[in-house]
Design a protein around this ligand. Structure first.
Ligand code: ZN
Length: 247
């Protein structure tokens, strides 16, 4: 994926869901996390918009560049599909499809080619059985379970002053944090592959590669921001449970 889901939706995993918000001094940690995520998200959108105005000299669309990169890597069994939305680009390892958004698929901009190349980076990781990608896929069910259940369980523990329930909520949320941690090398690696391939295959000139680097670095920062806000949330849960256990 290009963007961290939680940064495009700042409320995910921050504890706003479930049984409602909880106002207390540690709420500031959640708000700091929200601000970090919003800044990262705004930054990637503005960087993308900047390089979306720069036409690539090759004249290739995102989809054409993706096809060329995949074939160059000896990959012929990955379909390239167009999906709706803005910056919704992703590679789906289950269906072996490269899903490019409206803003990438038909566009000949430097930004579009950069995003397409990043998704190709994931397809190549899959083909090479890149270990962090495999580990990340393995962790998906646990991470989904953790991010869905941590808040109701933790909150129930807090309301009824049941320590073990609060601990269970913290453990569940830690699963989601570990998932985000493993996501970082996967995303950074896909981007570095993209930059290397675009340069060496001459799909992009040197200046264009510099633009791609900026777009992909901004996108990578959304994952760092998500992780940071989740760690702040984890800290909040630990502080809340410690305070309640002393009561
Ligand atoms: Zn990605």
């Amino acid at each position: 994926m290009l963007l961290s889901y939680s940064s495009s939706n700042g409320f995910y995993g921050l504890g706003f869901g479930g049984l409602g918000m909880l106002y207390d001094p540690t709420m500031i940690l959640v708000l700091i996390g929200l601000v970090i995520s919003l800044i990262a998200s705004a930054r990637v959108k503005s960087t993308f918009a900047k390089y979306d105005k720069v036409r690539s000299m090759s004249g290739l669309t995102g989809a054409q560049a993706a096809e060329r990169i995949l074939h160059g890597a000896g990959i012929y069994d990955v379909g390239i599909r167009r999906v709706q939305g803005n910056l919704t680009d992703h590679y789906d390892p289950r269906s072996k499809t490269l899903n490019l958004s409206d803003s990438t698929y038909m566009s000949t901009s430097v930004a579009a080619i950069g995003v397409a190349a990043h998704e190709c980076g994931h397809a190549i990781q899959h083909q090479e059985q890149y270990k962090p990608l495999i580990l990340r896929s393995t962790l998906v069910p646990a991470a989904n379970l953790g991010s869905t259940l941590f808040w109701p369980i933790f909150l129930a523990g807090l309301i009824f002053s049941m320590g073990p329930l609060m601990t269970a909520g913290i453990v569940l949320f830690t699963l989601a944090v570990i998932f985000q941690l493993v996501t970082l090398p996967v995303e950074f690696n896909a981007s570095s592959r993209a930059v290397k391939i675009l340069g060496s295959s001459h799909i992009c000139g040197d200046q264009e590669v510099a633009g791609v680097k900026q777009v992909l670095s901004a996108a990578a920062l959304t994952y760092v921001a998500s992780l940071a806000s989740s760690i702040l949330q984890l800290l909040r849960l630990i502080i809340l449970s410690g305070g309640r256990n002393r009561d």
